[in-house]
Design a protein around this ligand. Structure first.
Ligand code: AMP
Length: 454
């Protein structure tokens, strides 16, 4: 296929050129100048989760469509508009055709795995975390992609394991506060609410429907539809023209039963005891059907514009039963890793501007420059030894002029080792340290220590 704007163009080799293939809209490549931050974030998350007794779970990136229809809810935006779903043909008589979907979130998959592997039968509380890509066909913009990453965790178990306890909710929230602090995210804000039990929500939904019926015509088309299908969703709409109506709607707090009210009070008391600040936001109901009782979001003001929700989560006490499993109350969250990274980058830029320094850049320990192609093999052998000593090394090419080797080395490494005929013969290397500009002769045996010194 040739794209319309390069019809008939010829490449130097005489072959007709084709349009270059680009990453699909809403997806992107993370290049080596970005991945160190991603790795730091993931390593910090893993370390923090381990301190709270979480173990990693890896579930498939695609699942039966029904899992999300049942678990997330048919009426949610995710399931009704945003899933990448396809009919998977049977390829053999032993296979069934079925509808499959790229996971738009991971909680449903984790709970499916919990049920499938009978993890509840141990009687113990399960603390599981995951890091991985999610897929939603949303309108792409800064901080919103069609393939994005989430770092999430779930605490789930049979009622006898204490999975329902408000202590669990508070612990998860306190852990998130600690993680964001450890990552150096400043200015985060925890918004907290309770959406009550399934029964409380049914009553509240009814009250919302009734309150919305006479004013529905004045809402934007999306909210008009939600007023019928999923009135809770109207509450977290950001649509400017609808705010006045939304602010006048009944509040969930007035529909909470005694148990939900007490549970929420205990979550707040535990957070107070830990000194974790939060703001109760009665409009925070979140989009997914499975949430019960505690719901929360962490937001930040920098970097994200309107996409300021860094992470969201809540309790989902009936989800396991909805998926055909045993009673298994749970609470979890998902951090939008892409957004977290954007915030950290933005904040690093602001900090650097404030202090007048450039954000630090990691360099290799050394660049080994062979002088002449006859020294290429010896350079590679020396690099192998240095790497085995734990140093990070790049090897040049004997075909490069000395000037060129120095220019490259200065950009990517803290030092250059010149490997000429003399150096190979005597085993004494010529080393230049770029930070100080000093050039010294170093015997091979001392080279590792010398290069490691900062
Ligand atoms: P949710 O699963 O909808 O509760 O989302 C949890 C978090 O994932 C949000 O707070 C966002 O930070 C992030 N997130 C959700 N959708 C996207 C997206 N399309 N692109 C990037 N991040 C997203």
């Amino acid at each position: 296929m040739t794209s319309s704007n390069d019809k008939g163009a010829q490449q130097p080799g005489g072959r007709p050129s084709r349009g270059a293939i680009k990453a699909v809209r809403g997806t992107r490549d993370l290049l080596p100048d970005q991945t160190p931050l991603w790795n730091r974030v993931e390593a910090t998350a893993r370390a923090v989760f381990a301190r709270y007794g979480f173990g990693e779970i890896r579930t498939p990136v695609f699942e039966a469509t029904e899992l999300f229809a049942r678990g997330v809810g048919e009426e949610t935006d995710i399931v009704s508009k945003e899933m990448f779903t396809w009919e998977d043909r049977a390829r053999a008589a032993s296979e069934k055709a079925q509808s499959l979907t790229l996971r738009p979130e991971s909680t449903a998959g984790v709970v499916r795995a919990y049920i499938e592997h009978k993890m509840g039968e141990t009687g113990a509380l399960q603390k599981l975390y995951y890091i991985g890509p999610q897929f939603r066909r949303e309108r792409p913009q800064r901080g919103r992609y069609r393939q994005f990453w989430q770092i999430g965790a779930e605490v789930i178990g049979p009622p006898s394991s204490g999975a329902e306890s408000p202590v669990r909710d508070a612990e998860v929230l306190e852990m998130l506060a600690s993680l964001l602090d450890e990552l150096g995210v400043h200015g985060w804000r925890l918004e907290l609410n309770s959406v009550g039990s399934a029964e409380d929500r049914a009553l509240y939904n009814q009250a919302l429907r009734e309150a919305l019926a006479p004013v529905k015509d004045r809402l934007c088309p999306d909210n008009q539809r939600r007023a019928d299908t999923n009135p809770l969703r109207v509450l977290d709409s950001k649509e400017e023209q609808d705010q006045e109506i939304i602010n006048g709607l009944p509040k969930i707090a007035d529909y909470l039963g005694e148990e939900s009210r007490e549970h929420f009070a205990q979550v707040r008391a535990a957070l107070d005891a830990c000194g974790v600040q939060y703001h109760v936001n009665p409009r925070l109901v979140r989009g997914l059907d499975y949430y019960t009782r505690t719901t929360f979001e962490f937001t930040v003001q920098t970097g994200l514009g309107t996409q300021n929700a860094l992470l969201g989560g809540g309790r989902y006490d009936g989800l396991s039963e909805m998926l055909g499993g045993p009673k298994a109350p749970g609470i979890g969250f998902a951090i939008g890793e892409d957004r977290l990274i954007l915030v950290l980058q933005e904040q690093a830029k602001q900090d650097a501007e404030a202090s007048g320094t450039a954000p630090g850049e990691e360099k290799l320990d050394v660049y080994v420059a062979p002088l002449g192609f006859e020294r290429n093999a010896a350079a590679l052998a020396l690099a192998r030894e240095l790497r085995r000593e734990g140093l990070s090394v790049e090897v040049g090419d004997g075909a490069f002029k000395l000037r060129k080797s120095f220019d490259i080395a200065d950009k990517i490494a803290r030092a250059i080792v010149l490997l000429g005929e003399d150096e190979v013969a005597t085993g004494v290397m010529t080393v230049k340290m770029f930070a100080t500009g000093e050039q010294v002769k170093v015997p091979r045996a001392e080279l590792g220590d010398r290069l490691r010194a900062r």
